[in-house]
Design a protein. Structure first.
Length: 335
């Protein structure tokens, strides 16, 4: 593992853990006191690495678990969240199992408890597309594309004790047309005090548009709201779910329509920010893939796909993405 400082940002390369399997689908979460958690997949392994200096260096990746038919690719893969000093990691075991599994560490990732299945109907999470997040007051949320019935629905489960126990599964949304978009990952943002914003791609009236709803104390609060003013008429799944964040106390979303990326506050007109796909968001900072390169509004960062990004206490951001079997990590100016 090597790292070096460039004039405007730090660069870090995490080589492939296995010669036979690339590192895939990195995800980041920021905790307290400069701690960053990163998870990714390699073959059947769920891997974890930790930074204690706001992403300047990372520990050697360690294996949390080996999962049968670990779901990876096209936004499938492990997820990570902090609840105080507790770290939660989830991943979907595919194949015959089809369950969304959760591991929990109360010692900053040194040891991990046994996995628990978050879906209470076996194999219901087999599509492998999910999201997880948490707030500072012990509340956590997980949502996933659910196949327990004909058609795809959005289900979730919620915790009030830092992920030690979870609620019964909750139907978060079902489309009156019989299915939501079948292969676009959902996104979550913690609003505080047990309230979460959930974004997903709907399949409604022949369109594949992004929708937002809120969950408060484990219950859906209000109707789903379409994001943006235009629509995407599409009889297919783009396999691209976008990103959601809280920026200065306001919900901000980023997503793809056609070949372009847009930002939108709920109830407001969308703003075009560039061509591309697979956008991730931290505050108002957006990062995405365009033609096999990682881009921001400031320009091209280099080759890669499937970026993830998290905000840092000093206003900068930390981004990670796939690049030819390695994970590239960059610390970037947040504005």
């Amino acid at each position: 593992m090597t790292f070096f400082l460039l004039p405007l940002f730090l660069a870090l390369n995490i080589p492939a853990v296995s010669e036979s399997a690339p590192n895939k689908q990195p995800q980041l979460a920021a905790g307290r006191d400069g701690t960053i958690a990163m998870v990714f997949g390699s073959d059947h392994a769920v891997l974890f690495s930790r930074s204690t200096d706001n992403g300047t260096t990372f520990s050697k990746p360690v294996q949390i678990a080996e999962v049968p038919a670990l779901m990876l690719g096209r936004h499938r893969g492990p997820r990570v969240a902090f609840v105080g000093k507790t770290i939660l990691v989830s991943a979907v075991a595919g194949g015959e199992q089809g369950n969304l599994l959760l591991w929990r560490s109360t010692d900053e990732g040194r040891t991990w408890g046994k996995p628990v299945a978050l879906n209470d109907v076996a194999a219901a999470a087999r599509e492998g597309l999910d999201a997880m997040t948490a707030d500072d007051s012990g509340h956590a949320a997980a949502v996933w594309l659910d196949l327990r019935q004909k058609g795809t629905r959005l289900y979730g489960t919620f915790s009030n004790d830092a992920g030690a126990t979870w609620s019964k599964n909750v139907l978060v949304y079902e489309s009156p047309d019989g299915t939501i978009c079948q292969c676009c990952h959902p996104s979550l943002a913690a609003l505080g005090n047990g309230e979460f914003a959930v974004m997903f791609r709907n399949a409604l009236g022949g369109s594949r548009d992004m929708y937002l709803l809120r969950v408060r104390d484990g219950r859906v609060a209000g109707a789903a709201q379409k994001l943006g003013t235009a629509t995407w008429k599409l009889d297919a799944c783009p396999m691209d779910g976008g990103g959601i964040a809280v920026d200065h106390g306001q919900i901000l979303t980023a997503w793809r329509r056609g070949t372009d990326i847009y930002l939108a506050h709920p109830g407001a007109k969308e703003t075009h920010i560039g061509a591309g796909m697979d956008v991730a968001l931290a505050g108002a900072f957006a990062i995405w893939n365009h033609g096999g390169s990682i881009e921001t509004k400031s320009g091209v960062l280099g080759a890669g796909t499937f970026p993830s990004v998290v905000g840092l206490p000093d206003g900068d951001v930390l981004a990670a993405w796939e690049d030819s079997g390695t994970i590239q990590v960059r610390r970037l100016p947040g504005k």
